[in-house]
Design a protein around this ligand. Structure first.
Ligand code: LLP
Length: 417
């Protein structure tokens, strides 16, 4: 856990807004997964989308992790960071022809197929390349994961995977194809899951299909149980990893399959903090705002999912901006405020209605549990720079991404007038 003094030091050394990741926490999280699944052959294929910084990936490769990728560029990132190709899987509903070609050329563990058309496309490309494509099929078990609708993926109305009956037909087809080698089966029903039951129910449905396939001589080697395990952003109770692993393992008895799990958030989420500085305070009769230098382009989760992130305040010994008597307002300071960023949208906020002390310009606001889907979802909206990122390894800080500069914003644009 980083101390207040450390955050102050980092803010002065690297400026704000700044993402800081504690790699010891990442290591503990990986080890907890390893321990939970130690009774079985298993690979932890970290879901890169949660945080794809190369140093994070490199660190995970040293901890023997594989990667779950959802774009060919994520595959390339994983390889660049030293993740072995035989531990890389590639999912996603919309892989283009060139994505598939590259994936086959790179010889990763398998491609997760999400539709019949995609399977036929992969077969055709493999044929053209005179290769056998190792594949897995993403099954949509039609189970309610009981999470935010934007991050629920295992229901019929979601675009992901194929239903169990179609999957069965696809496996039969693939098993008879010279250019397709079905070796895995995959499900992932949603993210930030706090209930175990939907995961176990999904596993049971998928295992039933695996038994049916065995009878048809489709002999799979891997079951990919997806990711989705939630973390605590406040007081939520999270799924115990041991119970999770035991629950999954109990559905697999009698089957000789390697388990692949794809956690993202549970590996990096609680390892990250976003350090920001207060710019101004303002208030009217109804509302008080604390305006900070981090915004929705840096952390979009509150604006997009109404996510709540814990915020902490570090008051520095600063003098407040002095307000001349003429401009002084008699309204007493509201004890609660919205913490908002500089972006031109009312939806640009980091936290709402939180109890905060009177903040001075330059005081720090630390936004917690942003290691997953924080920087990786950030953008240059309003022509703002993407943040710098710092890793803490063995108590030492290392810059792992520079803050953008103006040239980064414009370098791909072409003046045509
Ligand atoms: N596997 C697949 C196929 C996925 O689609 C995902 C996440 C994961 C694994 C990793 O899920 P995790 O363990 O991180 O929950 N931006 C959202 C989360 C989107 C998750 C998308 N898929 C958020 O900020 O909450």
């Amino acid at each position: 856990m980083l101390t207040k003094e450390k955050f102050i030091e980092l803010s002065q050394k690297y400026s704000t807004p700044l993402y800081v990741y504690d790699f010891d926490i990442i290591k503990d999280n990986v080890n907890a997964f390893k321990k939970a699944f130690c009774a079985r052959k298993s690979i932890i294929c970290y879901a890169l989308k949660a945080n794809s910084n190369l140093s994070v990936l490199k660190y995970l490769s040293l901890l023997d992790c594989g990667c779950d990728c959802v774009s060919i560029n994520e595959v390339k990132r994983a390889i660049l960071a030293g993740i072995p190709k035989y531990k890389i899987i590639y999912s996603g509903v919309g892989k283009s022809e060139s994505d598939i070609k590259e994936a086959l050329n790179l010889d990763i563990l398998f491609i997760n197929l999400e539709s019949i058309e995609e399977m036929l496309k992969v077969e055709q490309i493999a044929k053209d390349m005179n290769k056998e494509a190792r594949i897995s099929i993403r099954v949509n078990p039609n189970i309610d994961a009981k999470t935010h609708p934007y991050i629920s993926t295992g229901l019929k109305e979601n675009k992901f995977g194929v239903d169990l009956d179609s999957a069965k037909k696809m496996y039969i087809y693939a098993n008879n194809s010279k250019y397709l080698l079905p070796i895995g089966i995959h499900f992932h029903i949603g993210s930030q899951l706090l209930e175990l039951e939907p995961l176990i129910l999904s596993a049971k449905k998928v295992v039933e299909l695996i038994w049916g396939l065995l009878a048809l001589k489709v002999d799979l080697k891997f079951i990919d149980i997806g990711g989705g395990l939630g973390i605590s952003y406040g007081n939520e109770e999270i799924i115990d990893l041991y119970s999770y692993a035991q629950g999954i393992l109990s559905t697999l008895s009698g089957l000789d399959l390697t388990i692949i799990c794809e956690p993202g958030r549970r590996i990096v989420g609680n390892a990250g903090s976003l350090v920001s500085s207060v710019l101004y305070e303002k208030q009217n009769e109804n509302k008080r705002f604390c305006i900070i230098d981090a915004a929705m382009n840096d952390l979009i989760r509150p604006s997009l999912y109404s996510a709540n992130h814990r915020v902490e305040f570090i008051k520095l010994a600063l003098t407040n901006i002095e307000i001349p008597p003429l401009l002084l307002d008699s309204t007493p300071l509201h004890s609660r405020a919205d913490i908002v960023g500089p972006i031109c949208e009312s939806g640009d906020y980091i936290a709402k209605n939180v109890e905060i002390p009177r903040m001075n310009s330059g005081d720090l606001v630390i936004i917690r549990d942003v290691g997953a889907y924080g920087f990786s979802m950030s953008s240059n909206y309003n022509s703002r720079f993407k943040c710098a990122e710092v890793a803490i390894i063995d108590s030492k800080d290392r810059l792992i991404r520079k803050r953008d500069d103006f040239n980064d914003l414009i370098s791909n644009e072409i003046e045509f007038l």
